[in-house]
Ligand binder design. Sequence first.
Ligand code: ADP
Ligand code: MG
Ligand code: ZN
Length: 475
Amino acid sequence: MAYEAVIGLEVHAQLLTRSKIFCGCTTQFGAPPNTQTCPVCLGMPGSLPVLNRKALEYAVKMALATNCRVAAESVFARKNYFYPDLPKGYQISQYELPLAEHGHLDIRVNGAVRRIGITRIHLEEDAGKLIHHEVRPVSFVDFNRAGVPLIEIVSEPDIRTPEEASQYLKAIRDILVYLEICDGNMEEGSLRGDANVSLRPLGTAGLGTRTELKNMNSFRFVKLALEYEIRRQRGLLAAGREIIQETRLWDASQNQTISMRGKEEAHDYRYFPDPDLAPVRIDEQWLEDLRKNLPELPAAKWQRFQDQYGLPEYDAEVLTADKALADYFEGTVKEFPHPKKVSNWIMGEFMRELKETPSLMSSVTFAASGKLLKLVEKGAISATASKGVFVEMVKTGQDPETIIQEKGLAQISDTGALEAAAREILAANPKEVADYKAGKTKVMGFFVGQLMRRTKGQANPQLANEVFKKLLNEI
Ligand code: ADP
Ligand code: MG
Ligand code: ZN
C-alpha cells in the first residue's frame, strides 16, 4: 500500500527580551550558574509573577507576522509536573485560551507554494538546566534560564515531506530574526523544533498514530530524523505491525531515532488557570500600531527584489536570507544602479569576505562599495584587480580610489604598454604561436592569461585580446 507522511511541528523560540518573563532578572547567556535568579524565578513561596510587557509585544508581533488572530483575552495556565529543573513544580504556560490562533505561513518547496496552517502561538517560561557530572552519579541545576520567555508555535499537521518541514522551520526562523525577537540559533537551543509524524494510506484524510521527535538541533537533523522515522514507520506497517505512540529522540551519532518514553508514561499536566496572573487583555489600538509597524517580512522582500530589481529567484533568495545583507544590497544599488551586477558582486566577492570579516557591513560603506563597482564599470580597474582592492577596503576602511593609486592597480588601457609585454610573451611561446596560426584560436586565452599574470591583473582584458590579435596577424 502507498502511504503519505503527515507532519506537524511544535517550535519553541526564546525571545530576546532583556529581562525574564515574570521577574526582573537578566536573560543574559553565559553567566556563572544561579547568579541570575530571584525569589520569583526560583519559585519561593509568597513571590508573585508580573508579566513582561516586551515579551507580550514580541509574541504578538510573531502572531501578526504569521497571520494569526490575536485573542482579545488570553489566560496563563499552570502546567504541573515534577522535574528538578522546574522550581515551582509547574511551568507557567497558556492552554485553553492561548494568545493567538488560526494563522498560516506560505512556504516555497521546489518552486511551488505550500500553505501551512498555524494552530496556535502561546507564551510560556523556560525551565532551568540540568548539568550531569561526567563521571560521578551527580547532577547540578542552573536556574539562570528558568523564566526566560518562550513562544511556542504549533503547526497544523499540514506538512507532507521532511523537506517541507525543514523549509517551514527555516521560514519561521527567518521571520523571528527579521522581527528581531529571537536570535534563531538552533545549535544553542534558542530555537527548537519538535516534529510529530504519522503515516496514512495515500488518498485518505484521517490521522494515523504518531510519534513525536525531539532533540534535533539543526535543519539538517530535522530532515534526517523525519526521513528515518518515516522509513521506520513504513517498515512496521509493511510488516503488518502497529505504530506505538511515543516520544523518540534523534541520535545524531547513530543517525536514528530512539524511544524515549511511551504513551503510558505521558504526563497528566492537570492544567488550570494561574491564579497569580491576571488574564492578558490586548488593547486594540496597541495591536493596530504593532501591525502597522511590522517590518517587511522575508517572503515579501523576496518577491519585491524580483519585481523591483528584476533579480532571478535564486538571487532574491540569497540576498533576503539575511536582512542586513538585503539592506546592503539595496544601499549599494542606490550608489550603483545596476541591480544584477551588484547582486553578482555581493553573492561572490562580498560574501566571501563577509565570512572572514563579519563586521564589514558596518566598516565598508555603501558609497565605497558602489564606487568600487563604478570603477570596474568604467574600466579604471579590472574585475580581477578589484578583488584585491576590496580586500584592502575591508582591512583598512580606505577609499577604493586611494587604494588603487597607492598600490598602482589602475588598469592598463594603454596599447603601447601592453604591446611590449605581449611581444615578449609571443617570443617566449613559439609552440602556442604555431598552434594559433594552425587555427587553434583557443590559445588566445593562454596568451591573455600570461599577460594578466605579468601585469598582476591590471591589463584591460579586451584590449589585451586586440593587441594579441594584431601582433599575431603581423607574424
Ligand atoms: P500534544 O498535546 O501532544 O502536544 P497536539 O495536539 O498539540 O499534541 O499536537 C502537536 C503537534 O502534532 C501539532 O503540530 C499537530 O499538528 C501534530 N499532530 C497531531 N496529530 C498528528 C498526527 N496524527 N500525525 C502527525 N502530526 C500530528
Ligand atoms: Mg504540544
Ligand atoms: Zn528572577
